[in-house]
Design a protein around this ligand. Structure first.
Ligand code: ARG
Length: 456
C-alpha cells in the first residue's frame, strides 16, 4: 500500500526496506500518548481557528473512539504500519473520512515522536519513583526491626569495625533516596512540550503552543523549535538515573549474595525468592539477586547505546533517533521488574543476628577502640596505635581475641590498662559510642530511619 507521505515518490517502499524502516513494534506502546497529543493538537487547531471547530470536534471524537478501540482490543495495531503516528492518523481518516486529514496541520511526526516519548516517560518516572519509595519503606522497616544487631563493617572486604546491620542497609536507602531525587529532576526537564516545532523551523500558522502544552499538563514549551525536535537529553538523563538505580541494586544484590553464602551466613532468603539446582539437591540459590546484578549490564548498555547513537548527529531530526525508544523502554521494564522482585525479597529475608555477631568477634575490629582507650588514659594516638597492634599480634599468637586476653597480659603490655578495658572494647560499646552524626550508634540509626520515613 502507498504511504500517506506518497507525493514526491509513489510511496512504494521495498518490503525489506519498509520493515527495516518501521518502528511500530516498538512505538506501539505509546498509542495512548500519541492519541492524547493529537486530541490536544486538534483542540488547539480548533481554538485558534486554524481548522473549523466542527472539524476539530469530529477529529477529537474519532480519536477518543480509537483510544477506546485499542484499549479494548477492538482495534488491532497493524504490525505493517510505519509507526504509531501514521497508524493512528490512518485509522482516523478511515473512520471519519477526509476531515481526518486536517489533523496534521501545523505539526510533524518529528514533534509527535518527541512529545509522545516525553509523555510516556513522565508516567513511567512516577511509577518507578513509587516503586523506589516502596523499597525505601522496606529498608526502613527492616532497619527498625533489627536496630541493635551488630555485624562486621568492611573495607577492602576485610573486617574493619563493628557496625549495626541497620546502618549498613540504610546506606542503600540513602542511595535510593538520591535516585528518587534524580528522577524528579529528570522529570522537570521531561515536562517540556516540543509540539508545534513543525519538523524544525516553526510554522506560519497562528498556533498556540503554550495552550497546547497546558492541555497536555506540560508546564513549559521548547523555546527553540530545532532543539524541540532534536533534544533527547531527557532520555539520556533517564537512562543515566536508571543506570544508577541498577548500580545501587547491583551492589546491594552482591552483598545479599555474599551474605547468603555459608561462608558469611548472615541472612537467609525466603524460599519463594530462591531457586534450586537441577543436579545438586542441597542448593538454594540467590538467583533473584544475581539477576538484578546481571541486568545492570543491559541498562548500562541502553545508556551507552543511546549516547553513542546521538553522538555526532547533525541538527535537527535524523532517523537514527528512532533507535532511542527501544533502550528507554528496555530500561523502564528492567528497572521495574528488578524492583518488583528485590523489594519483597528484602522484606522476607531472615536476618541471622547470631552469625553476624559471631563474625563481628573475629578480625579484631575493636582494635581502634583499644587504641582510643589508651589515648583516653593519656597516651599519644600513634603510640597507642602501635601498642594495640602488638596486643593484636599477641592475641593471634595465643589464639584468643581482645575480649578474652587476660588482664595480666594487658597490664604486662602497659600499666595504663585496667579492668575497664573489657567494657571499652565490647562490640556493643564500640557501636554505641559512635555517636557522631551519621555514625553507627543506635540513635544515629534511628535518625536515619526517621529521615527515610519522611521521604515516603
Ligand atoms: N518513527 C519515527 C521515530 O520514532 C517518527 C518520526 C519520523 N519522522 C520522520 N521524519 N521520518 O523517530
Amino acid at each position: 500500500m502507498a504511504k500517506m507521505w506518497a507525493g514526491r515518490t509513489a510511496g512504494e517502499v521495498n518490503k525489506t526496506a519498509d520493515d527495516f524502516n518501521s518502528s511500530i513494534s516498538v512505538d506501539c506502546r505509546m498509542y495512548a500518548q500519541d492519541i492524547q497529543g493529537s486530541i490536544a493538537h486538534a483542540t488547539m487547531l480548533g481554538m485558534q481557528g486554524i481548522i473549523g471547530q466542527d472539524d476539530a470536534e469530529k477529529i477529537i471524537e474519532g480519536l477518543k473512539d480509537i483510544l477506546q478501540g485499542i484499549d479494548s482490543g477492538a482495534i488491532a495495531i497493524d504490525p505493517d504500519a510505519e509507526d504509531i503516528h501514521m497508524f493512528v492518523e490512518q485509522v482516523l481518516t478511515e473512520k471519519i473520512g477526509d476531515v481526518g486529514k486536517k489533523l496534521h496541520t501545523a505539526r510533524s511526526r518529528n514533534d509527535q515522536v518527541a512529545l509522545d516519548t516525553r509523555l510516556y516517560l513522565i508516567t513511567e518516572i512516577d511509577d518507578i519513583s513509587a516503586k523506589l519509595k516502596g523499597l525505601l519503606k522496606v529498608i526502613a522497616n527492616v532497619a527498625e526491626e533489627n536496630n541493635g544487631v551488630i555485624m562486621p563493617g568492611y573495607t577492602h572486604l576485610q573486617h574493619a569495625q563493628p557496625i549495626l546491620f541497620s546502618h549498613q542497609i540504610l546506606a542503600y536507602a540513602m542511595m535510593f533516596s538520591r535516585d528518587v531525587e534524580r528522577l524528579a529532576d529528570c522529570k522537570k526537564r521531561t515536562r517540556v512540550s516540543p509540539i508545534g516545532s513543525c519538523a524544525l523551523a516553526g510554522t506560519t500558522y497562528n498556533t498556540n503552543r503554550e495552550y497546547e502544552a497546558e492541555l497536555l499538563g506540560l508546564p513549559e514549551i521548547a523555546l527553540n523549535s530545532i532543539d524541540g525536535v532534536s533534544d533527547r537529553d531527557f532520555c539520556v538523563e533517564f537512562l543515566s538515573a536508571a543506570s544508577l538505580i541498577m548500580m545501587h541494586l547491583s551492589r546491594f544484590s552482591e552483598e545479599i549474595i555474599l551474605w547468603s553464602s555459608s561462608e558469611f551466613s548472615f541472612i537467609e532468603l525466603s524460599d519463594d525468592y530462591t531457586t534450586g539446582s537441577s543436579i545438586m539437591p542441597q542448593k538454594k540459590n540467590p538467583d533473584m539477586a544475581e539477576l538484578c546484578r546481571g541486568k545492570t549490564g543491559r541498562v548500562y548498555g541502553d545508556l551507552v547505546g543511546l549516547l553513542t547513537t546521538l553522538k555526532g548527529l547533525p541538527l535537527a531530526y535524523n532517523k537514527d533517533m528512532q533507535e532511542d525508544k527501544e533502550g528507554v523502554f528496555d530500561a523502564i521494564d528492567t528497572v521495574k521488574m528488578c524492583l518488583d522482585v528485590f523489594t519483597p525479597m528484602l522484606s522476607k529475608m531472615k536476618v541471622k543476628k547470631d552469625s553476624m555477631y559471631a563474625a563481628a568477634q573475629k578480625g579484631f575490629m575493636n582494635a581502634t577502640d583499644l587504641a582510643d582507650y589508651l589515648v583516653k588514659k593519656g597516651m599519644a594516638f600513634r603510640d597507642a596505635y602501635k601498642l594495640s597492634g602488638k596486643i593484636v599480634a599477641l592475641c593471634i599468637a595465643k589464639d584468643c581475641i581482645l575480649e578474652t586476653l587476660p588482664l595480666e597480659e594487658y597490664k604486662a603490655a602497659c600499666e595504663l590498662f585496667d579492668e575497664d578495658v573489657y567494657e571499652a572494647i565490647a562490640l556493643e560499646t564500640c557501636v554505641a559510642k559512635r555517636i557522631s552524626a551519621g555514625g553507627t550508634s543506635k540513635e544515629s540509626v534511628e535518625k536515619q530511619i526517621e529521615y527515610i520515613k519522611n521521604l515516603i
